[in-house]
Design a protein around this ligand. Structure first.
Ligand code: HEC
Ligand code: HEC
Ligand code: HEC
Ligand code: HEC
Length: 376
């Protein structure tokens, strides 16, 4: 594909996500601002926080130097209209005329990227690497790569990450009444739990042979009412619903029956209420022998994930692009921005959808990755 067409396609995607009209993107950005006039204004009103060189003076304030002009202008307008909420910025932006906004955006965009000493100090901390280190204490039972070999012990490889994190926390709270698992992860804090979950979710699950007990063919028919939540052939596409494909049969049987006793889940309790013991054995035989697969949306490293983000964020030669540059941006600011999108506190459908599945551990990893990249 022609490079400029590619840029336009991505741009329309990005703009569409911001709720702007679909026919806008192909037009060039509105009148260019006056850099010299923008400089005067910036020195008076912005320098105290955004620095004389456009570099942030404190954590959680974004660098503005070399940022895309269209994005800077759009942000200022969003503060002005209240679409983006920040009391100080709103006051500042409402006092500015349309021309002021254009000029100051042009000025910051024209500055060379700040070679921030702080940015170089930021080390990328990969949640996957941390998770891998923490997972050594699970290897004895769940296998080094999360593929368990002991009957009764579940495979964690390729399992949905939100589900894994929730499951660990259920053991902590003693909701599942298993003292063995309660003690194993008791020391981990919430971030550690998310990192463990991410590591295991990114591992490749291996297929199992059909268990001796149960009839997989009969089980396939019986599984019809499970597939709506657990996915086709037990490969879940929902981050909070576990995959069942290729899971250890003994564990599956125990887990299914536990919804009649210890495990609480309204949906599950209803669905298994009318199953006979034989039905359960058959469904278990079916799921245990299916080909497992890690979810598509689970990247295996921060770099893989960032590659997806860069489709919109790293269009160097496209000044009209509204997705901001992130390389070398202040780390705390990036963390705040991503959490705000995810939690619906900063409006952008595109970015909400992008950040929605990510735990704080993933956000931390992404923010430290971008902050540690040299700004361009
Ligand atoms: C009191 C400190 C302060 C002053 C003064 C200030 N800013 Fe900011 N600015 C911030 C903070 C903090 C944020 C992040 C706010 C948020 O979370 O949305 C920000 C965000 C921005 C953003 C959004 C950047 C992005 O990456 O999304 C723009 C654009 C901006 N400021 C421009 C300006 C301009 C232009 C001026 C001067 C006319 C100015 N600011 C004055 C503190 C300040
Ligand atoms: C001593 C062996 C052992 C160790 C060590 C161990 N586990 Fe487990 N784990 C089990 C068993 C057995 C179960 C099944 C318990 C049940 O029936 O609820 C289980 C269940 C789980 C589940 C629930 C899976 C699901 O599909 O719901 C998760 C998640 C889990 N373990 C995570 C971990 C993590 C993370 C570690 C390391 C920090 C760990 N386990 C260490 C034996 C162990
Ligand atoms: C309405 C959606 C829904 C339906 C239908 C459903 N499940 Fe579930 N299932 C869930 C959710 C959500 C969980 C996780 C609950 C939890 O945290 O304990 C779950 C958990 C499970 C688990 C535990 C897995 C593990 O790793 O510990 C098993 C086994 C299971 N379901 C089997 C079935 C079977 C068999 C059927 C069909 C008879 C079925 N489910 C139907 C939503 C559903
Ligand atoms: C489809 C295009 C697209 C993709 C893919 C995308 N973004 Fe964005 N991103 C945008 C747009 C457009 C904005 C500006 C939205 C706004 O005005 O708030 C944005 C804004 C942001 C901001 C705010 C930056 C600032 O200076 O305030 C961050 C942080 C961010 N994205 C991170 C990411 C990360 C991390 C990923 C990958 C997980 C990603 N984005 C993927 C289009 C995209």
């Amino acid at each position: 594909m022609n490079k400029s067409i590619f840029g336009i396609v991505l741009l329309s995607l990005a703009l569409f996500g911001c709720g702007q009209k679909k026919d806008e993107p192909t037009k060039p950005v509105a009148a260019k601002g006056d850099v010299a006039a923008g400089k005067v204004l910036a020195e008076k009103s912005c320098q105290a926080c955004h620095g004389a060189n456009g570099g942030s003076v404190a954590p959680a304030i974004p660098h503005l130097a070399a940022q895309r002009e269209a994005y800077l202008l759009a942000s200022l307008n969003e503060y002005k209209t209240g679409k983006r909420t920040h009391a100080a910025l709103r006051d500042i932006a409402t006092q500015m005329t349309e021309a002021d906004l254009h000029n100051v955006a042009a000025y910051f965009a024209s500055l060379p990227a700040v070679a921030s000493a702080k940015a170089e100090d930021v080390k990328h901390t990969s949640p996957y690497e941390t998770g891998k280190a923490l997972a050594t204490s699970c290897a004895k039972c769940h296998g080094e790569d999360g593929n368990a070999k002991t009957p009764g012990t579940p495979t964690l490889a390729g399992q949905q990450p939100h589900y894994l994190a929730a499951a660990i926390l259920e053991y902590h709270r003693d909701d599942r009444k298993k003292t063995s698992m309660k003690s194993v992860t008791l020391d981990s804090d919430r971030m550690d739990v998310e990192k463990l979950a991410l590591f295991f979710a990114a591992q490749t699950p291996v297929q199992r042979t059909a268990p001796k007990r149960g009839d997989a063919v009969a089980g396939e028919a019986g599984s019809a009412m499970c597939g709506g939540c657990h996915g086709a052939r037990g490969v879940s596409v929902d981050s909070a619903t576990p995959s069942l494909a290729g899971q250890d049969a003994e564990y599956l049987g125990k887990a299914t029956r536990s919804y009649r006793t210890t495990r609480q889940n309204w949906g599950m309790q209803r669905y298994i209420a009318n199953l006979s013991e034989k039905d359960i054995d058959n469904i278990v035989a079916f799921y245990a022998s299916q080909q497992p697969k890690a979810g598509d949306q689970i990247p295996s490293s921060t770099q893989d994930l960032a590659a997806k983000c860069n489709h919109c964020h790293d269009q160097e030669n496209n000044p009209a692009m509204t997705a901001p540059k992130m390389n070398g941006q202040d780390k705390d600011y990036l963390v705040m921005a991503l959490r705000a999108y995810r939690d619906g506190k900063r409006e952008s459908t595109t970015m909400h959808n992008m950040s929605f599945p990510y735990s704080n551990a993933v956000i931390e990893g992404l923010a430290s990755w971008y902050a540690s990249q040299p700004a361009k």
